[in-house]
Design a protein around this ligand. Structure first.
Ligand code: RIB
Ligand code: CA
Length: 314
């Protein structure tokens, strides 16, 4: 069993990623920690608790950072809706799953207690992860890998070169890339390419969890699915689950935190221009059709009773 901590800002595409992560029997997801990002910390935490009720999974949820390290929140309600989860009618929050400890402390406690290495998959701004690594540097050796949805080897999505998760908290991202912990960056390049098509969403409709994903995606990012649905967080999840679908390349990555023109840019140096040791594995390509089929396969494999007592029309 691979021990995993999920750090997330649910978030429509976060939900689509978490659904398949929680259904993988070879993963032991020990914690879902929430961070402000797509929406505020109260919403992201509540969304995680509602999602877990819907999926009928009893995994601890910890509330994390309410703001970036140094900057103001900048929510993505235009893409995720006011609640952060579109208009899908999730059941009430399973508040019994909420930990007393803040996310960073809970992450540290889990890492302290385990002898086995732990993978962190980060689907939101890296504020919690940066605080963890800076506050408790001794646990860096317990982190096998950080797989993060973030950054871009090319252009951004909220800045010219800034990807949302990195640009919202560029200082946190800089700390994480400099931490010495093995990192795999699953950036916009992948999520933009591995889009779900309308026919893929149709194929999900007959399954209660698939219907949740399809409904969320039909309201995501303005609801225009004519060019497909960008699969940002699900691409990080599928990298963890099926890395064989991806092509990777080592690189040195650093994050711009000063220039107003390029704030939040992940500067990906494949060629040793900065004469720095590689500090990340970069996903540079994906087998799109295999990605689509594997994502659908994983959602449709979720036991239908899981979705909080709802059953498909079948
Ligand atoms: O840039 C895309 C990322 O920002 C995704 O993780 C999305 O959920 C938002 O957090
Ligand atoms: Ca996210």
């Amino acid at each position: 069993m691979r021990k995993v901590l999920i750090d997330t800002d649910p978030g429509i595409d976060d939900a689509a990623a978490i659904a398949i992560l929680l259904n993988e029997p070879s993963l032991n997801v020990e914690l879902i920690s929430c961070v402000a990002g797509n929406v505020g910390i109260e919403h992201t935490t509540n969304n995680a608790l509602r999602l877990l009720n819907f999926l009928q999974k009893n995994i601890p949820v910890a509330k994390g950072a309410a703001t970036p390290l140094l900057r103001e929140n900048r929510f993505a309600t235009n893409a995720h809706g006011a609640s952060g989860m579109g208009s899908f009618d999730f059941p009430e929050a399973k508040t019994a799953l909420l930990t007393e400890e803040n996310a960073v402390l809970k992450q540290w406690q889990i890492l302290q207690a385990t002898e086995e290495p732990v993978t962190i998959i980060a689907l939101g701004p890296l504020t919690n992860v940066a605080l963890l690594l800076q506050t408790f540097p001794e646990i860096r050796s317990k982190v096998q890998e950080i797989i993060l949805m973030g950054g871009s080897t090319a252009r951004g999505n909220i800045g010219v070169y800034g990807e949302f998760n990195v640009m919202i908290d560029p200082e946190a991202a800089k700390i994480v890339f400099r931490s010495g912990v093995p990192i795999t960056m699953v950036g916009l390049d992948i999520g933009r390419k591995a889009r779900l098509l309308a026919e893929n969403l149709d194929a999900l409709e007959t399954h209660p969890v698939g219907k949740m994903v399809a409904d969320l995606f039909r309201s995501y990012d303005g609801g225009d699915i004519s060019e497909g649905v960008k699969m940002y967080d699900p691409s990080a999840a599928l990298y963890l689950l099926n890395p064989e679908l991806f092509q990777t390349q080592p690189a040195f990555v650093d994050v711009e935190i000063s220039s107003p023109l390029t704030l939040g840019a992940t500067v990906v140096d494949f060629d040793g221009v900065f004469e720095q040791a590689d500090n990340a594995t970069i996903c540079v390509d994906v087998d799109v059709e295999a990605f689509r089929q594997k994502y659908l396969e994983r959602v449709l494999a979720i036991r239908e009773e899981v979705a909080n007592g709802t059953r498909s029309s079948k």
